[in-house]
Write a protein that binds this ligand. Structure first.
Ligand SMILES: Cc1cc2nc3c(=O)[nH]c(=O)nc-3n(C[C@H](O)[C@H](O)[C@H](O)COP(=O)(O)OP(=O)(O)OC[C@H]3O[C@@H](n4cnc5c(N)ncnc54)[C@H](O)[C@@H]3O)c2cc1C
Ligand SMILES: NC(=O)c1ccc[n+]([C@@H]2O[C@H](COP(=O)([O-])OP(=O)(O)OC[C@H]3O[C@@H](n4cnc5c(N)ncnc54)[C@H](OP(=O)(O)O)[C@@H]3O)[C@@H](O)[C@H]2O)c1
Length: 620
């Protein structure tokens, strides 16, 4: 059993009181027989019937932090699936879009087809190119937010700074910084019944902390915070990092800059196209007018979508170690990479990674390898040692002066939240870091953490299965959370949190499953399995995997269809703690409303699907 150190999650389920004043001898006898009543519980008030119909839900305030794809989708699905919920979505930026609002670097675009990287319920038939550019993606998601009225739940330019759980109240106290007036930012507090983190994996972008970096006198910025004031024309530029961002930036700046020093301390796999064509070109794959016209026909478009998207649900075999599928990728990508640098044979020995394909997220990098071979690009694999006021020194003592440094150095990869989230004297901001109490993002199914009641995650650690698409994964996760919210408000539940036992079982499953995969391809003694470091493993070769779920995208969708209620612990709003207090006074609301439909179960027989017959939460 992979029991995790740290405080025991408080077991909050309350035993049955069963008429502690002795009014019901038969029940009392049962209670004594099962010995569930402790002296503590006897001090709780006696249970009294709550005077309300069973289906009168308690009002809850739900706060979502972040309005990227996750927050926007939550803003669409929660009001539909949890009608009447008091929802507020806090976003530190001036508009929605998250990744696609902030990343405006030249060349930013999705590396999977836009027809896959979109909502399942409101797709765009008219994407202009197969791999849409950042601006088109941003405008699609902003359009979706407008179409579904998400803006009415939005609190823009409001940054969450801290959240503290108040167990007596069963509410989170959040501290918010209003950023509308930059000169005098306003700080205030709000109480929320449920707090949902949708803050993204890559939003807390990170600059390196090399010695001397603060005394560097040229211009320095992160690719996620592009400085559009700076003209690269004729300049000496340093580009640090060869993740997916660095791979998009290099071919965009190489034709403009006088010279680019590209610092890539580790090698990376460059994949074949993730789309319908083989090798990705730098030029856009524009859709023809005929194609765009044909997509207006719903059946044709559905067929097209399914044909493209099925590829994303069928690549799981290649994540397992030493499988023919993974070996095939190694051969295919090696050949492809070498063919793409044909102008510069000196690169051949320097680009093929030691670790297996898929150990870190691959990307097709259109134009990257071609740019690497250009005369005005230096590919520098020696690690950086320090900065000087005018340039960068590598560990071999070579100093290279530059006018501009672009850091495509990614984000915090430990997945610890960048602000304090405190409950039961533990702060996740510290507990989840490598040196913290847990040492990794200790969580239940990428959804919640023991000891942190009413705190949920969308798109957090372990949130995506391998393959599939991010929007589809988020829709499934949000639907799962909607079920938790409906239960919480409808069944008199004050708080819910996953049990420590269930979470430890999940950790044990992860620890046993991941070694089968190339994500743990970090055995330094085996050729081809070395030095793999990425946001999947917290940036540490051999580190615990938490970037991906231990299963395929389809596997994750399957298991998220129904929450395992037995893995959760609950407290109740009724002072007696009786779990059935929500039964109320025996009535349903509709019986008390004049003219209400008392027979919602009756429908035209030809509209009945027996698989879902009498299973709708909305028509009971
Ligand atoms: C440059 C780039 C390109 C990418 N391309 C692809 C791709 O091609 N395909 C793919 O599948 N994935 C891609 N990704 C991954 C991408 O991040 C996800 O697909 C998706 O956009 C994540 O959405 P999200 O809502 O979970 O997070 P984000 O888009 O990161 O949104 C998080 C939001 O939370 C807000 N926030 C954070 N902290 C706070 C706070 N304290 N208070 C208030 N608000 C806060 C942020 O401002 C942000 O708006 C890319 C990532 C990057 C960085
Ligand atoms: N559509 C797309 O094509 C696209 C574009 C951008 C991002 N994305 C998504 O976003 C994720 C993150 O991509 P990303 O490129 O922003 O980040 P990333 O994959 O984490 O890559 C960061 C890069 O910076 C390097 N780095 C970090 N700290 C460094 C330091 N101190 N000194 C030198 N190098 C340093 C890393 O090197 P090491 O590997 O040696 O640590 C790595 O090469 C991707 O995996 C992908 O999911 C997709």
């Amino acid at each position: 059993m992979a029991a995790v150190k740290g405080p025991q999650a408080v077991h909050t389920e309350l035993p049955i009181l069963n008429g502690q004043n002795g009014a019901l001898p038969a029940k009392e006898a049962v209670t004594q027989a099962v010995e569930t009543t402790k002296s503590d519980d006897l001090q709780r008030p006696a249970f009294e019937i709550e005077e309300h119909p069973i289906d009168q839900v308690r009002p809850i305030k739900v706060g979502v932090i972040g309005a990227g794809l996750a927050g926007i989708t939550a803003g669409i699905l929660f009001p539909a699936k949890v009608p009447g919920v008091d929802l507020r979505i806090y976003e530190k930026n001036a508009d929605v879009g998250g990744t696609w609002f902030e990343n405006t670097y030249p060349g930013v675009r999705c590396d999977i087809p836009a027809h896959v990287y979109q909502s399942g319920f409101s797709p765009n038939t008219q994407w202009t190119e197969e791999f849409a550019q950042g601006a088109e993606i941003r405008s699609y998601w902003q359009g979706l937010a407008r179409k579904y009225d998400v803006y009415k739940y939005l609190r823009l330019q409001q940054k969450i700074e801290r959240a503290v759980w108040q167990p007596e109240k069963g509410k989170w106290l959040v501290t918010i910084q209003g950023l509308k007036d930059q000169q005098t930012p306003r700080r205030y507090e709000e109480e929320l019944d449920v707090l949902i983190n949708a803050i993204g994996h890559f939003n807390a972008w990170k600059l390196p902390d090399y010695e001397g970096i603060n005394s560097y006198q040229g211009t320095l910025f992160h690719s996620s915070n592009w400085n559009h004031e700076v003209d690269l024309q004729g300049k000496r530029v340093a580009l640090i990092g060869n993740g997916a961002s660095g791979l998009q930036v290099l071919p965009s700046i190489q034709p403009i800059a006088q010279h680019v020093d590209h610092y890539a301390r580790n090698r990376t796999w460059v994949a074949d196209s993730f789309g319908t064509t083989g090798v990705r070109r730098l030029e856009p794959n524009l859709f023809s007018e005929e194609q765009l016209e044909s997509f207006k026909d719903p059946d044709t478009y559905l067929r097209y979508r399914k044909s493209v998207e099925e590829g994303y649900f069928s690549r799981f075999g290649a994540v397992f170690k030493n499988t023919p599928e993974n070996q095939e990728l190694r051969e295919k990508w090696t050949k492809l990479m070498l063919s793409r640098i044909r102008k510069d044979s000196t690169l051949a020995d320097k680009i093929i990674p030691d670790f297996p394909p898929n150990c870190r997220r691959p990307t097709p990098g259109p134009g990257y390898l071609e740019a690497l071979g250009q005369e005005n690009v230096s590919y520098i694999q020696t690690p950086i040692q320090r900065f000087t006021p005018t340039g960068i020194v590598t560990t071999d003592g070579v100093e290279r002066p530059v006018d501009i440094v672009i850091c495509a150095t990614g984000a915090n990869v430990d997945h610890a939240p960048p602000f304090s989230i405190i409950a039961n004297n533990v702060d996740l901001k510290e507990a989840w870091t490598h040196d913290g109490l847990y040492g990794f993002p200790y969580n239940y199914l990428g959804m919640a953490t023991p000891g942190f009641p009413n705190l949920l995650w969308i798109g957090g650690p372990h949130s995506t299965g391998q393959g599939g698409s991010v929007p589809n994964c988020l829709e499934n996760q949000i639907t799962y959370i909607a079920k938790l919210l409906r239960k919480l408000r409808a069944q008199g539940i004050k708080s819910l949190a996953p049990s420590k036992a269930a979470t430890d079982d999940f950790v044990e499953y992860c620890d046993t499953f991941y070694p089968r995969t190339v994500w743990t391809g970090n055995d330094d003694s085996t050729p081809g399995q070395k030095n793999c470091r990425s946001w999947y493993n917290g940036g540490r070769p051999g580190g615990r995997i938490h970037g991906l779920f231990p299963g395929s995208a389809s596997h994750l969708n399957y298991l998220r269809r129904d929450p395992r209620w037995e893995d959760w612990e609950y407290t109740y709003t009724n002072p007696s703690g009786n779990r059935f207090a929500y039964f109320g006074n025996g009535w349903t609301q509709r019986e008390l409303e004049k003219g209400a439909d008392l027979t919602p179960h009756l429908n035209r027989p030809d509209t009945i699907d027996l698989r879902t017959y009498l299973e709708g939460w909305w028509d009971a």
